[in-house]
Write a protein that binds this ligand. Structure first.
Ligand SMILES: *Cc1c(COP(=O)(O)O)cnc(C)c1O
Length: 385
């Protein structure tokens, strides 16, 4: 069925949005085959964002843990995370389809920042929706977005976080679709959004696979953190047909109790959120549960539909680590390699370090989705810095 990954995905939206989604689908699949468009995307990825990013062999950490650890360095990109891969691609979709305005939702502010950045670059008007709670805990990113010329709209409803910001962005898009493109920030939302974001993020895995093929080696495992799931899909896709074990790490938060974690694929069950059918953290009355993670970027009750499919098919294993494990990995990578990782990415590394015995002597590729500067305010008190 069109727009589904196995039985997940689809377009569970108001009828008024269907023509906009159909139109976006047509535009995207045409541009994807357009040489001039792809040249433009690659031009900005290279000269503006800093691609390709290296695969770095973490020698010190490898010695210490008895595992060959490789890091895909998305943390080196402009604006500090993999998000820019997607916003460059979608910003250019807006430009090519004659839209003068882009909107986005944001949680931690990383996607808002990457969207505001590309809007400044391409001369597009920009509105970012953000929950009140996130605005309070992510002030530096809010100020950066404003500096870049974006309007930041505070969402005071519901949990006042990413879920509610997404609802408002979808509403804005329905109303202003004539002149506005909605740059969704992960492999979520109604089709074709999950496919568009996966397409622009798949450069991560393509580059990583090239690195290993050129060295005539192959990792035994690829590990990535999963919030909505875009950095994970971005690195997994290239390895799906290789003899490599794939592991997605969710935010275990502080406990398995309702509201204490963001373990969507481990504790959720299928339901509809933001226009797609996928695993979802919900109570027995199908109400979306509150979530918690120390990393705002993983603090989302849903997950991209392709992950639900990959879970059920068994191709990817989904696990979780707790906040405290992520903090442990955050410190370990900083001390051992001089690389301060994002708290999100620290989850991927934490699964490896905490379960080191499972991985002894194997080659493991970790997707280092972003850098940790943005997390400093949160981390400094906990780690007594
Ligand atoms: C936003 C973010 C994530 C989570 O989003 P995904 O779509 O799951 O990749 C992970 N890492 C970093 C650094 C982020 O900024």
């Amino acid at each position: 069925m069109k727009g589904f990954y196995g039985s997940y995905g689809g377009q569970f939206v108001a009828e008024t949005l269907i023509p906009a989604l159909d139109n976006l689908e047509n535009v995207f699949f045409k541009l994807k085959e357009d040489d001039e468009f792809n040249k433009k995307v690659n031009y900005y990825l290279q000269n503006y964002a800093g691609r390709p990013t290296p695969v770095y062999f973490a020698e010190n950490l490898s010695k210490k843990y008895g595992i060959e650890i490789y890091l895909k360095r998305e943390d080196l990109l402009h604006t500090g995370a993999h998000k820019i891969n997607n916003t460059i691609g979608q910003g250019l979709i807006a430009k090519y389809s004659g839209k003068k305005r882009v909107i986005a939702e944001t949680g931690a502010g990383q996607h808002g920042l990457a969207t505001a950045t590309v809007a400044a670059l391409l001369g597009l008007k920009c509105t970012i929706y953000m929950g009140s709670i996130d605005i309070k805990r992510q002030q530096p990113n809010v100020k950066k977005m404003k500096l870049l010329g974006a309007e930041v709209i505070e969402v005071t409803e519901g949990s006042q976080t990413l879920k509610d910001a997404t609802n408002h962005a979808l509403k804005d898009w329905v109303t202003n679709v004539e002149n506005t493109h909605y740059i969704i920030g992960s492999v979520v939302g109604p089709y074709p959004f999950p496919e568009i974001v996966a397409h622009f993020q798949s450069v991560i895995g393509t580059e990583a696979l090239d690195f290993f093929k050129n060295g005539n080696i192959m990792p035994d495992y690829v590990i990535a953190c999963v919030g909505g799931g875009s950095n994970a899909i971005g690195i997994f896709r290239a390895f799906l047909n290789e003899n490599v074990k794939l592991i997605g790490v969710e935010a275990g938060g502080v406990s398995d109790k309702d509201g204490g974690n963001a373990k969507t694929l481990n504790l959720g069950r299928p339901g509809i959120l933001h226009g797609a059918l996928s695993y979802l953290l919900q109570d027995k009355n199908c109400q979306v549960l509150p979530v918690h993670s120390i990393s705002a970027g993983l603090d989302y009750p849903g997950v991209g539909p392709e992950h639900s499919f990959l879970k059920d098919s068994g191709r990817v294993e989904y696990v979780s680590v707790k906040d405290k494990d992520a903090l442990y990995a955050f410190r370990e990578l900083s001390v051992s390699e001089g690389i301060i990782p994002a708290l999100e990415s620290s989850h991927a590394l934490a699964y490896l370090l905490v379960n080191r015995d499972l991985f002894r002597n194997s080659k493991v590729l970790i997707n280092l989705s972003g850098r940790g500067d943005k997390d400093f305010i949160i981390v400094q008190n906990i780690l007594n810095l």
